[in-house]
Design a binder for this molecule. Structure first.
Ligand SMILES: *Cc1c(COP(=O)(O)O)cnc(C)c1O
Length: 385
């Protein structure tokens, strides 16, 4: 247990994490669907441990994620894998550990179908060709998408009863990002039902992916209807695999102001955090939430990161009281896609990771060290020689 948090820090709040998982558990149970956690959003060991007590399994996207989940959550944890890249070697090493594996393409399926262990349930990723995301970089349904078999193609193969479809037990689709309504999920379910009903009749499961922020949705009826289409009409076992919805609210990034100066009439505050620590802030060019920020406050600052990148800025924020050297700046809702996408550009250390347990005690989970940096720079630590 520790008393002071050393910045820059990533502070996980166990209570919030438990609250948000409990909501997902409740909705999944009401809908009679299975709940997986997608560790891609945040694979910190304590988060996996806590999640494993409440979910039905994990929706992994790589060999490392599968191995980590297996190591941390034990051999009984249900593991699903979907990735555009599935090496034969991966199937050889961890194939036995996969309860469900989704092939991204028909050629991947054709090449690997005989290598999938008999106890593993094989599925195919479908591109429903129904877009909901404006930014093409994040739209799995974009034209010429690399993600999944276009549903038109699948429908045509089903009508010919193509041999290649033999042995496929499930379908997987994941087509949204940070959605706060389920109308798009229901539209997708209806669209799939309309296009490939004969195929659905032959299957045993469907994975509806992630992409929805459950705690920001007011009405779940479209979600229940979407599950019902697959569960009741076709008798399928239904999975969801949220990532952001599990962890986003649960962590805050805490930083300290280390320098203050004027630039072109604006006040700049240099923090000990950087957009390296929240790379989506830079990727999406959005301004993250800041605690204590008050619209129209009388002390505006450009909150800037500590690297040499000119665009390493979080945004312009006003406060009711002025910032000083040593002031703390806290960014809430930073649990998803931060640690898992962070990097050490400029040699700036990654965030120290802390957990505030339900009883209020704060523990340090991991501090990034020079040896960690040196290791990724190719320095072989003496223990390994
Ligand atoms: C990223 C991803 C998820 C999790 O998405 P969130 O937006 O974090 O809920 C689930 N399934 C697949 C296939 C994904 O690629």
């Amino acid at each position: 247990m520790i008393k002071t948090i050393k910045t820059p820090a990533f502070v996980i709040d166990e209570n919030i994490l438990l609250q948000d998982i409990a909501l997902l558990r409740k909705i999944a149970d009401e809908a009679s669907c299975k709940l997986l956690y997608s560790p891609k959003a945040c694979s910190i060991s304590s988060v996996l441990e806590i999640a494993s007590g409440h979910v039905d399994g994990f929706g992994c996207s790589s060999l490392f994620e599968v191995t980590l989940v297996d190591q941390i959550c034990g051999g009984d944890t249900q593991i699903h894998l979907v990735s555009p890249l599935l090496k034969e070697d991966t199937l050889r090493t961890i194939g036995d550990r996969l309860d469900y594996v989704t092939m991204n393409s028909l050629s991947q399926w054709g090449r690997l179908r005989d290598k999938i262990p008999s106890a593993t349930q094989p599925g195919i990723r479908v591109n429903p060709q129904l877009s909901f995301i404006n930014d093409r970089r994040y739209d799995p349904c974009r034209p010429n998408s690399k993600l999944g078999v276009p549903i038109d193609k699948l429908a045509e193969m089903v009508s010919r009863d193509d041999e290649l479809l033999q042995g496929i037990k499930g379908i997987h689709f994941h087509t949204n990002c940070d959605a706060t309504e389920f109308a798009s999920l229901l539209a997708t379910a209806r669209h799939i039902q309309g296009r490939i009903p004969k195929f659905l009749e032959r299957l045993t499961w469907v994975n509806m992916g992630g992409g929805y922020i459950f705690n920001e949705v007011e009405d779940y009826s479209d979600f229940f209807q979407a599950v019902e289409i697959f569960r009741e009409t076709f008798g399928l076992e239904v999975f969801i695999e949220p990532g952001a919805s599990v962890v986003r609210r649960a962590a805050t990034i805490e930083a300290t102001v280390h320098d203050l100066f004027e630039s072109g009439g604006a006040k700049v505050a240099i923090l000990d955090a950087t957009v390296n620590h929240m790379s989506e802030v830079f990727e999406f060019q959005f301004e993250p939430d800041v605690l204590g920020y008050s619209k129209g406050g009388s002390h505006p600052y450009i909150l800037a990161g500590c690297t040499c990148l000119a665009g390493d800025v979080f945004g312009e924020y006003a406060f009711d009281t002025p910032l000083d050297i040593g002031s703390k700046v806290k960014f809430p809702n930073m649990g998803a896609y931060t640690i898992s996408k962070a990097h050490r550009f400029n040699g700036v250390a990654l965030l120290s990771i802390y957990m505030r347990r339900s009883d209020g005690a704060v523990h340090l989970l991991k501090e990034d060290t020079f040896d960690d940096f040196a290791g990724t720079s190719g320095v072989i630590c003496s223990a390994a020689v």
